[in-house]
Ligand binder design. Structure first.
Ligand code: FAD
Length: 369
């Protein structure tokens, strides 16, 4: 029969944990205050880019990201098989562009350590750059090409994941408005705004940027803060860009649905998800610099989401030391789409009391307390 698991939050992290736990035979209930995928997960650009996102060096966070990228094809295959819903998953590779000699040196350094950690990347210079991306500005001097990186269409993927969970028998309750923890020590009891009560053996916390609200309930510090990402998309007739293109200001990625997505700002704006003219104008400025054809284009769609950032930039993962009944899966900041398969696996292992890998020490939930 497995255990009764209650999951707080129906974003990509909560749904991936639900999918994994249900696949392992547990009875799973997902509680969502609004709608599944309605927050950061539905707003994301969907890039699976551990090499482009980690530029400093191979730390524990990079290892977590790289492991998740390796799990992605098999995990999404399982979701596709169960849900039978289509979603884009494109193994496009990526290019991290540089305009100046000093930046090329940095790319060379990055390439050296990344090749030792699973990248078959290369540094492209001069004409090699334009052979892969003919529409890039002539001012681009070089690009770090990483064939392993891929992307998916996050809104469709989250829908497929939710559908797969429902088909497998996960109980999903949406629009609960409020979910409060009534007990987590002797058993797990949660109560929604309409006073409906949900009971379980274990609680998995996946409430994204809202996780800090649980500090009082658990008596530990949970320094998770919302960082708004403003993002926009241009309508295209054919794919004008073939790879994910990164620079130190942001990224551009073309989707199968004839859109060119360009992201994203990083603003401290509380829980505000409005889009500002200034935020989008800043994106447009560097877009045009990278791809001059965008000079005359105007985004047809603009939106924003709240990334769950943490004080040290690392997520909070694993069981609370005070009580193995509670397992955390929050604070994935810029990489929650990428990190969803590995989080699901580690959370499920933690629920089942399996030994955590040594690198999980870096993500211990109580490390701020
Ligand atoms: C513009 C933008 C672009 C991004 N691009 C990428 C990208 O390309 N690649 C990548 O890997 N990541 C990307 N990210 C980051 C990624 O979207 C997040 O890291 C990820 O979605 C976090 O997932 P989550 O499930 O933790 O949070 P969310 O998707 O925010 O889900 C949390 C859910 O919990 C619910 N909730 C809150 N409190 C409670 C409660 N008390 N009870 C029940 N439910 C509750 C919320 O309503 C919400 O639905 C991007 C983010 C943004 C904003």
């Amino acid at each position: 029969m497995g255990e009764r698991i209650v999951i707080m939050g129906g974003g990509i992290i909560g749904l991936s944990c639900a999918f994994e736990l249900r696949s392992r035979g547990h009875q799973v209930t997902v509680l969502e205050i609004s709608s599944c995928g309605g927050q950061a997960s539905g707003a994301a650009a969907g890039m699976l880019a551990p090499f482009s996102e980690n530029v400093e060096g191979p730390d524990d966070f990079f290892r977590l990201c790289a492991q998740s990228l390796r799990l992605y094809p098999a995990f999404t295959d399982r979701v596709k098989q169960v849900s039978d819903l289509p979603f884009e998953y494109t193994e496009s590779g990526s290019m991290y562009i540089a305009y100046h000699d000093a930046d090329i040196l940095a790319l060379e350094g990055r390439l050296r350590w990344q090749r030792e950690h699973g990248s078959s990347g290369s540094l492209l210079q001069g004409e090699e750059v334009f052979r892969l991306e003919p529409k890039l500005s002539g001012k681009v001097r070089a690009a770090l090409y990483t064939p392993e990186e891929s992307h998916l269409y996050a809104p469709h993927y989250v829908k497929a994941l939710e559908h797969a969970c429902r088909l497998m028998g996960v109980h999903i309750h949406e629009h609960l408005e409020q979910v409060a923890i009534k007990d987590w020590q002797s058993s797990v009891v949660l109560e929604a705004a309409d006073l409906s009560v949900f009971e379980g053996d274990r609680l998995v916390v996946c409430s994204g940027a809202w996780a800090q609200q649980l500090e009082a309930a658990f008596g530990i510090r949970i320094p998770v803060y919302p960082i708004r990402g403003q993002i926009c998309a241009y309508e295209t007739e054919e794919k004008p860009v073939h790879h994910m293109v990164f620079c130190n200001q942001g990224y551009l990625v073309a989707k199968e649905n004839n859109t060119l997505v360009c992201g994203a700002s990083e603003d401290v704006a509380g829980f505000e998800t409005t889009v500002t003219e200034k935020g989008i104008e800043r994106l447009r400025k560097w877009n045009k610099q990278a791809f001059p054809f965008l000079e005359t284009w105007t985004p047809f769609h603009k939106w924003a989401g709240l990334r769950p950032s943490t004080q040290d930039g690392f997520p909070l993962l694993g069981a609370l030391a005070q009580s193995g009944r509670v397992v955390m899966g929050v604070g994935h900041y810029r990489n929650g789409i990428l990190l969803s398969p590995v989080t699901a696996q580690l959370v499920a292992d933690s629920v089942e009391g399996k030994k955590m890998p040594d690198f999980m020490q870096a993500f211990v939930p109580e490390r701020f307390s």
